[in-house]
Write a protein that binds this ligand. Structure first.
Ligand SMILES: [Ca+2]
Length: 242
């Protein structure tokens, strides 16, 4: 399903349509379709212009996406920037995690979305998206998600998915975050410095069976232009007090 905020409608019109969808929540619409802050039970959520949902990490101004960045999210960026991205052939739905994404391209997505949402006023000028640090990713993981509730390789027997699974197919952790472990590996910021070669991936992926790759603290170091069918990412959104 194409992203409705691109091609078919100008952005302002699309946001108006999303707002209308939110107002229709009492009539069966999804109130979380409306960009902005929401409270669901005791949980605070921020919904962005692509429908990505973020929850606050404790102790700071970093909010983290509850899902890996989805095909629908990344496709909007790829269309807008004509970056030539090809989804994996097995990605059946818009809710699968975007893979075949390099660290450089993940950075590009964050910059593009920051600029787009500042331009519409959804974000302030000093707010925006970036990749998590490895420490933030560790904090997000919190209590280790059991290996039997993640999409790992077939030899682990953890799941019945042959390849990637739609985001949120497994229960969330205590922060409401899904698929931190398994499904797609997730890019984090550089290590040991932005100038260094290594870029960190966390969490393991859908084709990994080795305990060496799947223990929760594992950091995979690869080059920033690497893009494979199990490399994806999730975003941090820096939101200042309003
Ligand atoms: Ca993951």
């Amino acid at each position: 399903m194409p992203d409705p905020t691109h091609n078919r409608f100008p952005l302002g019109q699309a946001l108006a349509l999303l707002a209308i969808a939110g107002l229709l929540g009492g009539c069966g619409g999804d109130p979380l379709a409306k960009p902005g802050f929401h409270q669901v039970n005791e949980r605070h959520l921020f919904v962005n212009s692509l429908g990505m949902q973020f929850v606050p990490l404790p102790g700071g101004d970093a909010w983290i996406s509850v899902w890996e960045t989805r095909v629908a999210d990344y496709a909007a960026f790829a269309r807008a920037t004509t970056n030539g991205w090809q989804s994996a052939w097995f990605q059946d739905t818009d809710r699968h995690p975007a893979v075949n994404v390099s660290w450089d391209d993940a950075q590009g997505f964050c910059a593009w979305l920051s600029q787009r949402e500042r331009a519409t006023g959804l974000l302030a000028d000093h707010e925006g998206y970036r990749l998590p640090t490895s420490d933030e990713w560790t904090a997000a993981l919190g209590q280790a998600q059991p290996a039997d509730t993640a999409n790992f390789g077939p030899k682990t027997g953890s799941d019945n998915f042959e390849r990637t699974s739609p985001v949120g197919s497994f229960p969330g952790n205590t922060l409401g975050l899904h698929d931190l472990r398994g499904n797609a590996w997730e890019w984090c910021t550089a290590w040991p410095s932005e100038e260094g070669i290594g870029r960190i991936l966390r969490g393991g992926g859908w084709r990994d069976d080795s305990p060496d790759l799947l223990y929760p603290a594992r950091e995979l170091l690869v080059t920033p232009k690497s893009a494979t069918e199990d490399y994806g990412f999730r975003c941090i959104l820096v939101l200042k007090a309003r």
